[in-house]
Design a protein around this ligand. Sequence first.
Ligand code: ATP
Length: 199
Amino acid sequence: MYLKSIEISGFKSFADKTKLNLSKGITSIVGPNGSGKSNVLDAVLWALGEQSYKSIRAKEGSDVIFSGGKNSKKKGMAMVSLIIDNNNSLLDIEYNEIKITRKIFSSGENEYYINDGKVRLKDIHELFMDTGIGKKAYSVIGQGKVEEIIMSSQKELREIIEEVAGIKKIKKRKEEAEKKLEKLNDNIEKIEIIENGIV
Ligand code: ATP
């Protein structure tokens, strides 16, 4: 599985429809400061269903819509599509090529699509679950993130590794189960007290 191309339209500094074709292996994006390199990464994260505006350097949802420039008027919609090669069937879907699309309108309303069919955000998250891609999967490391990881304390580093390895999800489920068990034991104790009182 690899990211074949990214289509961006009306997203941040990309006023007009722009298609970036990526080949297998390493791709470098170079350009002067402020030319939109990080906006490409933001677009990838955003299309994968990112819900934290901070992660994509925005204050609110509609901030990602092109706000106008020297030669172009502001847009009413932002759209990003990721075209993914799925020949190795890593994504549990019957297609060899998958197109994931996210749109946002100036009203703040978001829409998600898989192969041009409208889906829920949950479907996007489920498609990428346990693949190492998707939100908070550290598959997109933005500027400053490397430094943040290097400077992390041992506890924070452990949390990052657990998240990457997918242990965090299991740990959370374990904590929830332990809480439920504790509550159940409390209830059993209460019932026993009542029963003893009655007898
Ligand atoms: P650097 O090398 O300095 O990190 P960069 O190439 O990564 O820069 P970005 O941070 O991706 O650049 O792009 C910043 C540019 O995107 C700024 O010029 C900013 O005005 C523009 N920009 C961000 N959001 C919008 C928006 N909603 N509408 C129009 N332009 C936007």
